[in-house]
Design a protein around this ligand. Structure first.
Ligand SMILES: [Fe+2]
Ligand SMILES: [Fe+2]
Length: 340
């Protein structure tokens, strides 16, 4: 008889992978913490370091800060993410201190995600470049509204979602790091880079979970992949449906921080990563799913060709989350559109 999803998820082979990834996740005292990259108020030079941080931040546009704030708000929505992981069938941490590998991984992952919101929040606060209250309101709204990944508590679909989403997050933090580096803001570049590096590790972890399940339960995982892509992977802020956050996703698209083209590239990457075209031993429905997935990138590319590029001028209230009275005009034509 075919093993159940629970039996697959708790089989020795799958648990072995989850456990290895959990054990490879460093203890908090052995890894970076936000203070390592921010002025330390217990040190004499802290005020000088804050002034330097603020001075360096002036080389970056308001649009950049809008994007950075959106990334921070997403990270600060952590309570929602942990709730979501724990809602998944079988793998959830029911007691909050469950001893199985899935629960231990979810808590270790959350501890790392917690640092991302923390470091970006502190940086933005110290920079003086943003409207902290508006941002705090948005964090509250984000957590209060909640969001749905639409993966229906199915852990297979959930892991496809995280494999995708962690990669998308890594891309957007890396782009911010590159932009900061370009204008010589090395300390902010390091902050965005260290967060991006964590996201890169997270994507690899979730992708390895999916890989192992593809070995153990290829048909069900293939169908889960198709269903997740049919529903679409919506970034958490956009998934809340609130207008503020819809606006943020338009800005990220217009800025090229995370675009529809990236979406297609991530899909292509995952198809290659899991060797989707070559997977054997599938039932009929899974074979159909395999064909669907292999053809999907080209279909999405045709849709992308028909899509109008985001009209930046149509985006209203562009300075949301950024101080309205402290605009710094940049020479860059595209960025200037945001200041009108
Ligand atoms: Fe994160
Ligand atoms: Fe992550």
């Amino acid at each position: 008889m075919k093993p159940s999803q629970r039996e697959i998820l708790f089989s020795n082979d799958v648990l072995d992978v989850v456990n290895k990834k959990y054990l490879a996740c460093k203890e908090p005292q052995n890894t970076w913490q936000p203070t390592d990259y921010l002025p330390d108020f217990s040190k004499e030079d802290s005020l000088g370091r804050i002034l330097k941080l603020q001075e360096d931040s002036r080389n970056l546009s308001d649009a950049f800060f809008m994007a950075l704030a959106g990334n921070m708000i997403t990270e600060e929505g952590l309570p929602t993410f942990l709730t979501w992981i724990n809602q998944n069938d079988h793998i959830g941490d029911k007691s909050g201190v469950d001893d199985h590998a899935w629960a231990k991984w979810a808590r270790a992952w959350s501890a790392e995600e917690n640092k991302h919101g923390d470091i970006l929040h502190k940086y933005l606060y110290l920079s003086g470049r943003v409207d902290m209250r508006a941002i705090e309101v948005s964090i509250g709204e984000f957590i209060r509204n909640g969001f749905s990944t639409k993966t229906l508590n199915d852990p297979y679909r959930g892991m496809i979602f995280t494999s995708f989403q962690e990669r998308a997050t890594r891309i957007s933090h890396s782009r911010l790091a590159m932009d900061a580096k370009k204008v010589g803001d090395d300390s902010l570049a390091k902050i965005c880079h260290v967060v991006a590096a964590d996201e890169g590790r997270h994507e690899a972890v979730y992708q390895s979970f999916v890989q192992e399940i593809f070995y153990q339960d290829p048909s069900e995982m293939m169908i889960a992949f198709r269903e997740t892509m049919k529903t679409g992977i919506t970034m958490p802020l956009s998934a809340t449906g609130a207008e503020t956050f819809q606006f943020f996703s338009k800005v990220t698209e217009a800025l090229g921080m995370y675009t529809y083209g990236d979406y297609i590239e991530i899909l292509e990457f995952l198809i290659k990563r899991w060797n989707i075209a070559k997977i054997k031993g599938l039932n009929d429905e899974a074979k159909e799913a395999q064909d669907y997935l292999c053809a999907l990138p080209e279909r999405l590319k045709r849709i992308a060709e028909r899509k109008k590029p985001q009209d930046i001028e149509s985006i209203k209230d562009p300075l949301l989350w950024v101080h309205k009275n402290e605009r710094i005009i940049q020479e860059n034509q595209e960025e200037r559109l945001f200041f009108n």
